[in-house]
Design a protein around this ligand. Structure first.
Ligand code: HQG
Length: 182
């Protein structure tokens, strides 16, 4: 399978499994799972040919492990990054490391200094355990700024943290007091 086909399919799957399942008439359950046969049918109606083999290869080869298959291989979901209102991942709370990182763009800093980190259109603020990942995430939007998040201090004060299956840390909001520049 060409890398281009895999990347292209990964983008399509991110779109329908995180954001707009209704674009292809697909239903996600509250944990974000979609039936693979329904996904293939929905995609076909939009002129996109998917096969179970292609989907399995995207799941296995994905650089960020964005997707997971159910144990019976009949269903697929995105493991984080959702904006769809129908999805509410029941992730277990978890003790984060002392420090987590968030990469953003310098043009967002005035607003972040005022409001802290907010989820935007997604369900959570996304945080990384390592600086390199935070840098790559921030670069997507412009001149990168890496922020340190005092995650355990937050947790001690009652803020909840979750970790998606692919290692990404999630929380609802990071108030300014827990942010510092690198
Ligand atoms: C910024 C990708 C203004 C925030 C990545 C970010 C990640 C604020 C942007 C995952 C703000 C939202 C998530 C505030 C936060 N004022 N801007 N108060 N608070 N922001 O894409 O974290 O490839 O929704 O800093 O790799 O960039 O899709 O979030 O720049 O893991 O799997 O608002 O998406 O993964 O942007 O990225 P996003 P993100 P995938």
């Amino acid at each position: 399978m060409s890398k281009k086909r895999l990347d292209d399919t990964s983008k399509f799957l991110s779109y329908v499994l995180r954001h707009e399942p209704q674009a292809i008439g697909l239903e996600l359950d509250s944990e974000g799972w979609a039936r693979i046969d329904a996904l293939i049918d929905g995609a076909a109606r939009e002129g996109r040919q998917l096969t179970p083999e292609l989907i399995a290869e995207v799941v296995a080869s994905n650089d960020k492990k964005r997707f997971a298959l159910s144990a019976d291989q009949q269903r697929i979901r995105a493991v984080q990054g959702h904006s769809s209102a129908s999805v509410n991942l029941q992730l277990a709370e978890k003790l984060p490391p002392a420090v987590l990182y968030h990469g953003t763009a310098s043009r967002f800093m005035a607003s972040i200094d005022e409001k802290g980190l907010i989820p935007g259109s997604r369900h959570h603020v996304h945080l990384s355990q390592d600086m390199a990942t935070a840098e790559a995430v921030g670069q997507r939007y412009g001149k990168v700024v890496i922020l340190k998040v005092a995650a355990q201090d937050m947790q001690a004060q009652g803020f909840k943290f979750y970790q998606a299956e692919n290692g990404v840390w999630l929380t609802d909001h990071v108030p300014v007091d827990f942010l510092s520049p690198l």
